[in-house]
Structure formats: C-alpha cells, structure tokens
Design a protein around this ligand. Sequence first.
Ligand SMILES: C[S@@+](CC[C@H](N)C(=O)[O-])C[C@H]1O[C@@H](n2cnc3c(N)ncnc32)[C@H](O)[C@@H]1O
Length: 208
Amino acid sequence: MENFDRKKHWETIYTTKESEHCSWFQPTPVTSLEFIGQYGLSKSSKIIDIGGGDSFLADSLIEKGYTDITVMDISEAALERAKQRLKNKANQVKWIVGDAARFAPPEKYDLWHDRAAFHFLTDQRDVESYSITAKNALNEQGILVLGTFSENGPKKCSGIEVNRYSQEGLSKVFEQGFKKLKCVNVDHPTPFNTTQNFTFCSFQRLTN
Ligand SMILES: C[S@@+](CC[C@H](N)C(=O)[O-])C[C@H]1O[C@@H](n2cnc3c(N)ncnc32)[C@H](O)[C@@H]1O
C-alpha cells in the first residue's frame, strides 16, 4: 500500500472505535502473561510493550509488581486512552509515541513484548529494521515475546493487510542473534464471537 499513512490510520481507529469493539480486545492478556511469567524476571526488569495501544498488559504488569514498564505505540490517542484508564497508575509507566519500524529505543530492555503490532509490517525492509532494533534494544539474555496472526489467522486486521507467520516463519525472522525458546498457537476469541489464530513465540537474545 503505497503512500499509506499508518499513523493516521491508527489515530482514526482509536478516536472512532471503542476498545471493546476492536477485534484484538482482550481484558486479560493471558498468553502474554504466561510467557512473561516463565523467565524468572525480577520485578525491576525493564519491560517494553511495542504497539501496546490501550492493551491491559501494562495494568496486569503493574498489578504483578513490575516497576519498569514502557508502552510504545504509533497512536498517541491509544496511549491517551490507556493513561485515562490507569488514572494515577499511569505515572508508573513510560509512554512513547513512535513507529516500530523506525524506532530508536531510549534504553535497553530485559523483555520486549509485541502482540499484534509486528504483523502490520508488510514491507520486508520494515521487518528487517524491526528485528535489528529489537536485537539491539535487548540486554544480553533478554527475552523477546511476539504474538502475530498465524498462517491460519485473518489476512487483514482493522482493514489493513498483515503478514501471517507460522512458528517456523516467525523463528526464521528472528534467527540472527536470538535463540528460539518456545512457540505456541492460540485462538483469540474476539468480541464478535469469532476466533483469530495467533502464533506466539519467545526468543532469547544471544550474547555477542
Ligand atoms: C491490533 S492492535 C494490538 C494492540 C495491543 N498490542 C493489544 O494486544 O491489545 C495493533 C497496535 O499496534 C499499533 N501499531 C501499528 N503499527 C505500528 C507501528 N508501526 N509502530 C508502533 N505501533 C504500531 C497500533 O496503533 C495498535 O495499537
């Protein structure tokens, strides 16, 4: 999609649609929390949620006692919505408006999480840029947790095309500098009583 303005697209979504009417709405990010809970992270570990939007992951992480959480998203309106919901707890989160394909992370992280944002990068150069950024932004031994539509998932989301990934396909993108830890496929029940099949994988950043 040439000349497609993805920031404009997402600002429009978040200023016109309620969270509960979005297919990705998930009151408890079960799979993400299961992955994040597996790696013995300390509560002070640096965690970033890429394309976090107004997801409830930050709420759940605060609830569990994590103290260094960053949420990054291309849409300012999405982050504003999350801040409004979190009220005074919003101060416990660092918020960054940015594009994951052109992102210069301000610090290094112990865990990089992304549910349903990476798959919107359909230009191969953006995919490569993302994987290099994630690698450079993670501390050695840091963990990358990624959830994308699977090869059996929808071809589009919010009206735009996505790249769908099998477990093998996603592992291939992150084979340079990472060790694969685990992949699963899970069905996400949407608010419209349909399901979307996701591939979730975790990778560990190798030491240089
Ligand atoms: C399907 S929603 C998922 C939101 C959230 N991760 C969740 O699980 O509820 C995709 C999110 O990715 C964000 N996004 C899309 N493209 C992006 C990009 N290039 N950089 C950063 N965020 C992006 C959108 O604004 C939106 O919040």
